[in-house]
Design a binder for this molecule. Structure first.
Ligand code: HEM
Length: 220
C-alpha cells in the first residue's frame, strides 16, 4: 500500500498542488485583459497561434504513447485539438497562409520543447502536461469560449472557437470524472506520482511564461 495514494487520491493531489498556480494563470494580466474585452482579436489570434505549437507537441506523440502503460489510458482521440485549432487559425487569418512560417514566441518554443522531451523520454511527465492542458480546456476553456464569442463576434461554437468545442465529448462533466479516475489509477509508484505533480507545476509555469510574453506584446 502506498502512503500518498492512501491519504489522498492522486487526482486531488495534483489539483490541489497546482491550485495556486492556476489562480495565477487565471489572473495573469494578459488573460485578464483579453477576457475583460480590453484587447483586440489580434491578441486572441496570437494566443491561439501559441496553442497551435503546444498541441502540435502534445499530439505528435499520441500514436506511440497510446500503448504505453502509464500514458496510454489518457490518450483519447476525442481530445485531439490540432484540427480544430487549424480551422480556427484559418478563420482568424482569413486563409491558410499562416501555415507557412508561423513562429512561436520564445516562451512557447520552450514549452513545446519540454512537452516533446517528456513525450519521448518520460510517460509520467507527459501525463502531467496532458492533464494541465486537456482538463483545463474542458473546464475554464468553456469560459474563454463564451467570452471570445461575445467579444469578437464568433459564431457560437463556430470558426474561431472550435478549439474549445469537443465535438466527441457529449458530457464533459462525466468525461472529467473518468479522467480523474484514470489519474487515481495511474500505473506508477508514489515517488513517481510526486514527480508528476512537480512536472504539472512546471507545466503551469510554462503556461504563465507564455502569458507573460503575450502580455508584453499586447501591453495596453
Ligand atoms: C482565465 C483563464 C482560466 C479560467 C477562467 C479557468 C477556470 C477554471 C475552472 C472554473 C475550473 C474548474 C472546473 C471544475 O471544477 O470542473 C478549472 C479547472 C482547471 N483548469 Fe483552469 N482556468 C483558466 C486558465 C487555466 C490555465 C491557463 C490552465 C493551464 C494551462 C488551466 C488548467 C486547469 C486544470 C488542469 C483544471 C482541472 C483541475 C482539476 O479539477 O483537476 N486553467 N479552470
Amino acid at each position: 500500500m502506498s502512503a500518498v495514494t492512501d491519504a489522498v487520491p492522486f487526482s486531488t493531489l495534483i489539483r490541489d498542488a497546482s491550485h495556486e498556480q492556476h489562480t495565477e494563470a487565471e489572473n495573469s494580466t494578459f488573460m485578464g485583459d483579453m477576457l475583460g474585452g480590453r484587447l483586440g482579436v489580434d491578441a486572441y489570434t496570437r494566443y491561439t497561434e501559441q496553442l497551435w505549437f503546444v498541441y502540435e507537441s502534445l499530439e505528435r506523440h499520441t500514436e506511440r504513447l497510446a500503448t504505453d502503460p502509464v500514458a496510454g489510458p489518457f490518450i483519447r482521440p476525442e481530445l485531439s485539438r490540432r484540427e480544430a485549432l487549424g480551422r480556427d487559425l484559418d478563420h482568424l487569418h482569413g486563409g491558410s497562409q499562416w501555415r507557412d512560417g508561423l513562429r512561436p514566441l520564445p516562451a512557447t518554443e520552450a514549452y513545446a520543447a519540454r512537452i516533446d522531451e517528456v513525450a519521448r523520454q518520460w510517460p509520467g511527465g507527459y501525463v502531467a502536461h496532458h492533464y494541465t492542458r486537456y482538463l483545463g480546456d474542458l473546464s475554464g476553456g468553456q469560459i474563454i469560449r463564451g467570452t471570445a464569442e461575445k467579444t469578437w463576434g464568433f459564431a457560437r461554437k463556430g470558426d474561431g472557437v472550435r478549439f474549445y468545442v469537443f465535438e466527441g465529448i457529449g458530457n464533459p462533466a462525466a468525461f472529467k470524472r473518468e479522467y480523474r479516475a484514470s489519474l487515481d489509477a495511474v500505473a506508477v509508484d508514489d515517488a513517481e506520482k510526486l514527480r508528476i505533480v512537480e512536472e504539472c507545476k512546471r507545466a503551469f509555469a510554462l503556461n504563465t511564461a507564455v502569458f507573460r510574453e503575450l502580455g508584453t506584446a499586447f501591453a495596453r
